[in-house]
Design a protein around this ligand. Structure first.
Ligand code: PLP
Length: 408
């Protein structure tokens, strides 16, 4: 059975053991970092009882597993070029290098700042800009990216002028909206758009693409993928050359792996399935892929036995909600140095036995630890598996340390 075949339920869920925290090196958080970040916080093994301790919330990224996942996905997508998407990690160069080592032909980013980080680290592979720029960012776009996704002529004209000024050519993948209702031209508008882009000297129409599942949660299927290929074929006839056909993102892997994808798709832009090892249509693990690439640890800053019901009159919590509580009697609970400013607690899964997330305010994650085999000590790191959405947030938070295992 193909490793990425979504119907391979029997072989799915072959989960991996959690990564040991504290391997690798600490990198300063991507943007503004507090004074303390970079002092070598991260996680480390506690001196007593072998418990991990940490001074700071720390996101651990296993880049060897990313390279292995990339290799497996690229191996699955025979004849298709994979543009691997780094935006979940804010363009971490360690991750970019692992994706390229795993066989990606280019990296995809949605933010110029992340592309700058990749370029600044010496990555020379082609970069694709996945979110169309505002026309005012055309020069930056041409400077940083070889390819950008496009659906507005005004932006293409700005890219053309910027490319002329820089003495470069810039490629675009024109996006069509096939139902997900995010970016893209309505299909009927494609021919006129193509004619206008063809008239530009420094912008080259490289292909036709679609994005699905991100906003409207629309699945790729035989109908919309056939429509895409037909639109691309009609565009090729119009411009008189072969074009790339961008068949979407991780959500399209299953169709290809199971042989249901109509012939003609040449490229996929893949983020989550490589980085998190899941099928994005179901969030089920994909057999053969690591699902434990990312782990976040946060230190205990308070641990006490308290009643499970708040005392006093209930108003609103820090986020404007009126919370409800179940009376479970007195229980041991811990507060961790991680909060909604860093990550939504709903998107974390505890990895330590007997830990249950109760909730969080901006800076405090509150967990029930009554069922832990031993009460956690102050500074002990409790560990969680973040979802893709949680990883985006954690990567973005300057308060969360990042630890990358050595590149493969
Ligand atoms: C245009 C575009 N293509 C591809 C991707 C990658 O999506 P996924 O992570 O589901 O593979 C994204 C989102 O990151 C995107 O916005």
């Amino acid at each position: 059975m193909h490793p990425c075949t979504p119907c391979a339920a029997a072989v799915w869920g072959a989960g991996d053991a959690p990564s040991p925290p504290g391997r690798g090196r600490v990198r300063r958080a991507p943007s503004v970092a507090p004074e303390t970040v970079g002092r070598g916080g991260g996680t480390a093994r506690g001196a007593s009882a072998g418990r991990p301790v940490t001074a700071y919330a720390t996101l651990t990224v296993d880049v060897e597993k990313i390279a292995a996942n990339a290799r497996a996905v690229v191996g699955t997508l025979v004849g298709i070029e994979v543009v691997a998407v780094t935006k979940c990690t804010c363009g971490a160069p360690e991750v970019g290098r692992a994706l390229l080592a795993g066989g990606a032909v280019a990296l995809g980013e949605s933010r110029h700042e992340n592309a700058e980080r990749l370029r600044g680290a010496g990555i020379e592979a082609p970069l694709w800009l996945l979110r169309a720029p505002a026309p005012e960012r055309a020069a930056e776009t041409v400077h940083l990216f070889e390819v950008s996704l496009a659906s507005e002529l005004e932006t293409c004209t700005a890219l053309d002028a910027a490319a002329a000024a820089l003495g470069r050519r810039h490629q675009i993948l024109v996006m069509v909206d096939l139902g997900d209702l995010r970016e893209g031209l309505m299909p009927g508008d494609l021919p006129a758009f193509v004619d206008a882009v063809e008239a530009l000297e420094h912008v080259e129409l490289a292909g036709v693409g679609v994005n699905l599942t991100c906003y409207g949660a629309i699945m790729p299927d035989e109908r919309n993928m056939t429509e895409l290929v037909e639109l691309a074929r009609a565009t090729e006839a119009r411009v008189g050359r072969r074009l790339a056909v961008g068949g979407g993102n991780s959500g399209s892997i299953g169709m290809i792996a199971s042989g249901r994808m109509p012939a003609g798709v040449t490229t996929l832009r893949v983020g989550e399935t490589i980085l998190h090892g899941v099928d994005t249509l179901t969030r089920e693990p994909v057999a053969g892929l690591h699902t434990d690439v990312f782990e976040v640890g946060a230190p205990v800053i308070e641990c006490k036995v308290k009643p499970s019901l708040p005392r006093g009159e209930v108003a609103q919590d820090a986020y404007g909600n009126r919370p409800t509580f179940e009376d479970r009697g007195a229980r041991r609970r811990a507060i961790l140095a991680l909060g909604r400013q860093d990550v939504m607690p709903e998107w974390l899964t505890p990895l330590d036995e007997g830990v249950e997330i109760l909730g969080a305010s901006s800076d405090h994650l509150i967990v029930d630890v009554e069922a832990m085999p031993a009460a956690p000590r102050l500074g002990q790191a409790l560990r969680f598996r973040p979802s893709y959405a949680a990883t985006v947030q954690l990567s973005t938070s300057p308060y969360v340390h990042k630890v990358f295992t050595p590149p493969a």
